[in-house]
Design a protein around this ligand. Structure first.
Ligand code: MSP
Length: 653
């Protein structure tokens, strides 16, 4: 199987931020996962250099544009190397191969009548590099909510692509291919854009910075190809268009084009497929748009004043605050960005949240597991792995569920859900060690049982390394190194196989993978840890007891959601109006990461109606809805709903 995945190619008017890194990391995870599966992967990225805004920055700096774009492209290459982005090809649109592909494409368009001469009169947003009609502007500014900048008037001779001709075919394709455009909720946006009527697109600009229209096209002097037509064609250039037919046949169509939501509807989900339809080439298998990372509640993008951080200072802060290696901090950033928000909605970037994930998910769930298992093999078996034991059903089954959960989640690019599946496996492995209590077996002298548990626990670590490898490649390497596996030919199937660790092998040196933010005050040994956990569990149970009277004081009712909308400036909150039978109430609920407002309308939920009102982000909340989630994970929130139909106001008890 082949797998071709692409990042957007990035404008070089600015340095890469964590926002740009997010797209590249997501694609890298897909590429690494497919390589593990044995697929023939082509993963491309690069820089989009013929933008007017790029030229203007070069001019401001008094630099030759080509020298400027080369310098900026190197910055992207360095950043992707730091973040362990395993691309196969990095394209710069100023390269001769792109020149060749774009001119060939334009020539074909002209010859076959889909490119025609005219004149463009209208508005142009330089920041977004997009043409807009008067009616589309918002108070005279760029209508893209991520931009909003002033637009410039353009009046010049131009060539147009017959976009309008592809309207019906596009709609039919969307209809017939349910998972073509992701996420599902963005599909409607595309459908209404197309149904609103496609206008033919101007695909040239007057100027010299860009790829000239082929000179064989009459009246084309002084015109260069519009930066978006140029940029989209990069996806074909990277597979050898127009000269390398074998490569084109091998890798086209792309399996996944991934990008931010701002360049989805107008460009990737409509203009690009229409250009491909013209060229008679199959359409990409999936076109997927992720949300925008915000900071302090504001959109962060290149056009706004709120600048997202560059990856480097974020990594440096994680290293400084935890004492981990730079490689671990890179993996922590990769993990955080994919785990924190589902693929699709916007998310708030914060180093505090990243450090929380570091401590809880990476330090406690993963790092501790590795460390305590290896420390016990060191202590009880002088660092030698015991002989393989028969499969431990609980671990084998959990690994199977995790691998399948990841496979399934990735079909719709739900990285966060996939990671949750893997973390459930880690939870099972941690519980296995707790319950089997190797420290007690050592004390009681049950050597055979101790061998079995130590081997099985080490196997769980080996499996964990495979499962996390696409997201945290250097951590997977480090776990394998600590297990004594060097040059291990890792494959995805190994996640569901048992007994691969060679018995009798000497393990490598154990060192904490994700060191703690604060060093532990006392080191009391595994036995004490086991005891502590048990006591804490018992105390918690004690505290959770309430009397029936306490419970009856709560007024729980079935309610119906009438309206739902985001709370401005809070990416996790939604404001709902609900009907509780006797009246309508306003609620503020922290469910926005898991529900789109439109999905909630008409839903029956359960509401605590006699909770003291509270004002949250300026909105008065008169009650609380009930929802469940995996502990500490607000991307897994699920509403509690009555199993069968009940009227609004029905009592829940
Ligand atoms: N050059 C065009 C894309 C052409 S693709 C044929 C472009 N470049 S860009 O530099 O503006 O990068 C846009 C992409 O970077 C977004 O689509 C998104 O993938 C990523 N991001 C940049 N900032 C981002 C956030 N703050 N949040 C999430 N991703 C964003 O548009």
């Amino acid at each position: 199987m082949k797998f071709y995945v692409t990042t957007p190619i990035y404008y070089v008017n600015d340095a890469p931020t964590v926002g740009h890194a997010y797209s590249s990391i997501a694609c890298d995870v897909l590429a690494r996962y497919h390589r593990l599966r044995g697929d023939d992967v082509l993963f491309t990225t690069g820089t989009d250099e013929h933008a007017l805004k790029v030229l203007r920055v070069a001019e401001q700096r008094g630099m030759d544009p080509k020298a400027y774009v080369d310098e900026m492209a190197s910055l992207y290459r360095e950043e992707w190397a730091r973040l362990n982005i395993s691309y196969d090809d990095f394209i710069q649109t100023s390269e001769p191969r792109q020149h060749r592909a774009v001119q060939a494409f334009m020539e074909a368009l002209y010859q076959r009548g889909d490119l025609y001469e005219g004149a463009y009169e209208g508005w142009y947003c330089v920041s977004d590099e997009t043409f807009f009609a008067e009616a589309e502007l918002v108070e005279g500014h760029c209508p893209n909510p991520e931009c909003g900048k002033p637009v410039e008037w353009v009046s010049e001779p131009a060539f147009f692509f017959r976009f309008s001709k592809y309207q019906d075919r596009l709609l039919r394709h969307i209809e017939a291919n349910p998972n073509w455009l992701l996420p599902e909720f963005r599909k409607n946006e595309v459908v209404s854009f197309v149904q609103g009527g496609l206008r033919d697109v101007c695909v040239t600009r007057r100027g010299t910075w860009g790829i000239p229209l082929p000179s064989s096209i009459p009246n084309s002097e002084g015109l260069v190809v519009y930066v978006w037509a140029d940029a989209l064609i990069n996806y074909l250039t990277c597979v050898g268009y127009p000269d390398d037919e074998a490569k084109l046949a091998r890798f086209w169509p792309a399996d996944v084009h991934l990008m931010g939501k701002e360049i989805f509807t107008r460009f990737h989900a409509t203009l690009w497929p229409a250009l491909l339809m013209f060229a008679g080439l199959p359409l990409p298998r999936q076109i997927a748009a992720h949300g925008f990372w915000t900071m302090g509640g504001e959109k962060i993008s290149k056009s706004r004043s709120v600048k997202p951080p560059r990856p480097e200072p974020v990594i440096a802060e994680v290293v400084a605050k935890t004492g981990c290696s730079e490689e671990r901090a890179v993996d922590a950033l990769r993990y955080y960005m994919l785990r924190e928000i589902p693929f699709g909605p916007d998310g708030e970037f914060s180093v505090e949240a990243l450090l929380r994930r570091y401590t809880d998910d990476l330090g406690n769930d993963l790092g501790n597991l590795v460390h305590r298992v290896l420390a016990m093999i060191g202590r009880y078996r002088q660092g030698k792995l015991p002989a393989p034991c028969p499969p431990e059903a609980v671990l084998v089954e959990a690994a199977q569920v995790a691998a399948e959960g990841w496979d399934e989640a990735l079909k719709t690019l739900q990285f966060s859900a996939g990671l949750q599946a893997i973390w459930s496996f880690l939870a099972v492995a941690n519980r296995y060690v707790d319950q089997q209590a190797p420290w007690s077996l050592a004390k009681s002298g049950d050597e055979a049982a101790l061998d079995r548990v130590l081997y099985a626990s080490a196997e769980a670590l080996r499996i964990a390394a495979v499962l996390i490898a696409p997201v945290m490649p250097s951590t997977a390497d480090e776990i394998e190194r600590q297990l004594g596996l060097t040059e291990w030919p890792r494959t995805w199937e190994q996640a569901t196989q048992w007994g691969l660790l060679p018995g009798g092998q000497q393990i490598g040196e154990a060192a904490p993978i994700f060191p703690k933010l604060e060093p532990a005050k006392s080191r009391r040994g595994e036995e004490a840890k086991g005891e502590r956990r048990e006591t804490r569990g018992a105390e918690a149970k004690e505290k959770r007891m309430v009397s029936i009277k306490d419970f009856q004081n709560l007024d729980l009712r079935v309610a119906e959601v009438l309206t739902a909308e985001p709370v401005p400036g809070a990416n996790k909150l939604l404001k709902l109006t609900v009907d509780i039978g006797t009246e309508q109430r306003t609620l503020v609920a922290g469910i926005a990461l898991c529900y789109q407002p439109e999905d909630l309308i008409g839903k029956k939920i359960v509401v605590v109606t006699n909770l003291e009102p509270a004002t949250i982000r300026g909105v008065r909340s008169e009650g609380m809805l009930l929802a469940g989630s995996v502990a500490g994970d607000d991307t897994s929130i699920t509403l509690v709903t009555p199993e069968r139909s009940l009227p609004n106001g029905a009592v829940v008890k």
